[in-house]
Write a protein that binds this ligand. Structure first.
Ligand SMILES: Nc1nc2c(ncn2[C@@H]2O[C@H](COP(=O)(O)OP(=O)(O)OP(=O)(O)O)[C@@H](O)[C@H]2O)c(=O)[nH]1
Ligand SMILES: [Mg+2]
Length: 479
């Protein structure tokens, strides 16, 4: 059989010259073999790409949304802890530096307050200390009785001085900024800047930030741990000092309300061999920069199945859910401050569900990035925009009304909800505030004109772990 047919014009064009020498033939065959190898490699990579694409199309893709400090990353940690405990265990120690930074930050805030008064007491009208790490201000009046600082306070201040340097080192190592994190003037500071066409999100920047965090963390961790351990007693003495506590109260500095509050755990955390517990990691605060993708593969037997009825079953609260779930999830965690929201838009495609976090305790707080905007109002505006967006019409929406524990604590401490909602007829209890907020979100749900299957809401953080384990994965139709 001849390889090149006389009748086929292509064969004629490709045929080797009739007078091809043996050397030329060997050279040609060699080149053809090399070309074949390249072609095989391309075929192989196309096959792998297509397999990956096929696998990816079987992945549940979730987008976590909500304002800054709404608890998106915290929910992500809870999901990782519940569904992929082995993978979670492996990253536990990497949170140590973040927790140390959270602790040192609180101590340095107290030192700032001490520095702001020089004995005898000079009244200070600034309430700049009533901030979380992100600077959410609470509206706290500041009466000014006189405070007498003693030599002991001066000594504590001096001995804790090195912690300023430790904070800087940890921040640098973790890639956490020093100044105002919201100083992005390029983008509009609206609640929903993703309504119009926007530039593509810089996911690469997020990756670079993540990498540099990892490297820097390793470099400065040991030094920081040593200094922190040597300051443990002084930190405890400072935090437990009655004058200091009274001074903080006078300045409206409610540190327990701040994200990443670890001052009650100094003895346990400020030691050389400190290993974070699950609860420490969940409470740790590290602002999300850009958009970060996390893959979770459910490890066996971490989700329970009960009450199967055909393809659907009932969850404990009576909702109809699916009897199977998809094991591979990709969860995108976003930065929630207003200047970051323009970057969300490109992630609105190919989504299975949006988990929206609305912190209910922030009714008396304003946004750090815009002190004229109430945080609760901002959350509701954002939820309304998300739920009514035509782009997200087919995406399942899961609303978490969270920080319920903080709401309860705040109301018990005497902060009046009504003060921030002048139209309200009377003071509301914890349950009544939650109900009101659920109704407000439900109103938007009704306006969006969707079937109830598209929208689900949770508001009981106390049984979050049970909800995640027993019901949550089954809400999403199996892929
Ligand atoms: N008390 C309490 N604290 C919570 C709750 N949810 C989250 N937090 C804390 O709130 C702080 C902020 O939570 P994050 O999850 O970092 O907030 P985020 O929405 O990811 O914020 P950005 O990354 O800035 O967009 C953390 O210190 C959490 O531990 C809750 O239900 N109760
Ligand atoms: Mg976050």
């Amino acid at each position: 059989m001849t390889l090149f047919s006389d009748a086929d014009p292509l064969s004629i064009a490709w045929a080797p010259p009739a007078n091809e020498t043996p050397e030329a033939k060997a050279d040609r065959l060699q080149r053809e073999a090399a070309a074949q190898r390249v072609s095989d490699a391309i075929d192989e990579s196309l096959r792998a790409e297509s397999a990956a694409l096929k696998k990816r199309s079987k992945v549940v893709k979730i987008l976590l949304l909500g304002q800054s400090e709404s608890g998106k990353s915290t929910l992500l940690k809870n999901l990782q802890m519940t569904y992929a405990p082995k993978a979670w265990d492996e990253q536990r120690t990497s949170w140590r530096a973040v927790i140390q930074l959270n602790l040192i930050r609180s101590i340095n805030i107290i030192l700032d307050v001490l520095c702001s008064i020089s004995p005898p007491h000079t009244p200070n009208t600034s309430s700049d200390y009533s901030r979380s790490d992100d600077g959410h201000k609470t509206n706290n009046p500041s009466p000014s009785p006189s405070f007498r600082l003693t030599d002991r306070h001066t000594l504590l201040r001096l001995r804790l001085g090195p912690l300023r340097g430790v904070e800087e080192d940890l921040r640098r190592g973790l890639g956490v900024s020093f100044d105002n994190d919201f100083a992005d003037t390029e983008h509009e500071q609206w609640a929903t800047p993703f309504d119009g066409p926007q530039p593509t999100a810089d996911a690469g920047a997020a990756r670079v930030a993540k990498e540099s965090r990892k490297e820097g963390k390793n470099a400065c961790l040991d030094d920081a741990t040593g200094i922190i351990a040597s300051c443990a007693e002084d930190m405890k003495a400072l935090w437990e000092d009655e004058t200091v506590r009274a001074l903080l109260e006078d300045k409206g500095v409610t540190l327990w309300q701040n994200a990443g509050f670890f001052l009650d755990d100094i003895e346990r955390i400020a030691v050389a061999g400190y290993v974070p517990t699950d609860s420490d990691v969940v409470r740790a605060r590290l602002r999300t920069i850009g958009i970060q993708e996390h893959s979770i593969t459910f490890e066996d037997d971490n989700v329970t199945i009960e009450h199967e009825e055909g393809g659907r079953r009932k969850s404990k609260d009576g909702t109809a859910v699916w009897s199977k779930y998809t094991r591979d999830w990709v969860i995108c965690d976003v930065g929630g401050c207003r200047t970051s929201r323009h970057a969300w838009l490109p992630y609105f495609t190919d989504l299975t569900a949006i988990l929206f976090l609305a912190p209910v305790s922030c009714f008396d707080e304003t946004l750090s990035e815009d002190p004229d905007v109430n945080r609760l109002e901002d959350s509701l505006t954002l939820w309304a925009a998300i739920i009514q967006s035509p782009l997200l019409k087919k995406v399942m929406m899961i609303l978490f009304l969270n920080k319920c524990d903080l709401l309860d604590r705040k109301l018990r401490a005497g902060v009046k909800f009504r003060k921030y909602r002048p139209g309200d007829p009377g003071e509301r209890s914890f349950g009544a505030v939650l109900l009101l907020l659920s109704h407000m979100c439900y109103r938007y749900e009704c306006h969006s004109g969707d079937s109830t299957d598209r929208i689900h809401s949770f508001n009981n953080q106390l049984r979050l772990h049970d909800t995640l384990r027993d019901d949550f994965p089954y809400l999403i139709p199996p892929i």
